[in-house]
Design a protein around this ligand. Structure first.
Ligand code: GRF
Length: 210
């Protein structure tokens, strides 16, 4: 079974969705860069080892990233899952985990990299919005796309209502991708991802149950 380390900074709802989905993996650890990250208690409740490494204890991004990689590697992960880990990662760190680190971003990439994606999608008058799971590369919120889920944008949406609709899809999409990787169904070739799967997985299973 693949060993997974998840990195979080906050409430950890995506991490929880992944844990609750019980993919065939070994959850080696959940690591937060903030001691008050709500997701830590959820991980502990699931019996997953947790650790905190505060970026505030380091005087440069590179030093923090080096220490973080050392900590992560003590758990010998096959896959590093960024689940709301709100840090820009240095090139060396990203290269170290090339092809084995994934992220979820709350937009249909390559649109709206960075922050405030829901407000920006509304400002642009988008009719579709959504989320993307991708392999992590040095350029922020770029990297080969593994899967996406789209939601309609309603006329009366606020950033909050739109964010909630997207988050529902995040909670379906991210566990699905972790399962696909666990089952060795995801391959990365020449910067493009292929997922070996039934059509049913891709189109039906990701829809919200309601
Ligand atoms: C999610 O919207 C995710 O797409 C983004 O950060 C947020 C994390 O939320 N990367 P949570 O901590 O998983 O609840």
């Amino acid at each position: 079974m693949k060993r997974i380390v998840m990195l979080i900074s906050g409430r950890g709802s995506n991490m929880q969705a992944i844990l609750d989905a019980k993919p065939p993996v070994e959850f080696a650890a959940v690591i937060a860069n903030k001691a008050d990250a709500g997701g830590l208690a959820i991980a502990s409740a699931h019996g997953i080892p947790t650790a905190v490494l505060s970026h505030k204890d380091f005087d440069s991004r590179e030093r923090f990233d080096t220490a973080l990689a050392q900590l992560i590697d003590t758990f010998q992960p096959d896959l590093v899952v960024l689940a709301g880990f709100m840090r820009i990662l240095s090139e060396g760190f990203v290269r170290h985990y090339e092809g084995r680190m994934i992220n979820i971003h709350p937009s249909l990439l390559p649109a709206f990299t960075g922050l405030h994606t829901h407000a920006r999608a509304l400002e642009e008058g988008c009719k579709l919005h959504g989320c993307t799971v991708h392999f992590v590369t040095a350029e922020l919120d770029h990297g080969p796309i593994i899967a996406q889920a789209a939601v309609p944008v309603m006329d009366d949406d606020t950033p909050e209502t739109l964010s909630a609709r997207v988050l529902q899809q995040e909670h379906l999409l991210y566990p699905a991708v972790v399962r696909w990787i666990a089952e060795d169904r995801v391959t990365l070739e020449n910067g493009r991802v292929r997922v070996r799967q039934d059509q049913i997985d891709a189109t039906v299973a990701l829809r919200s149950p309601d």
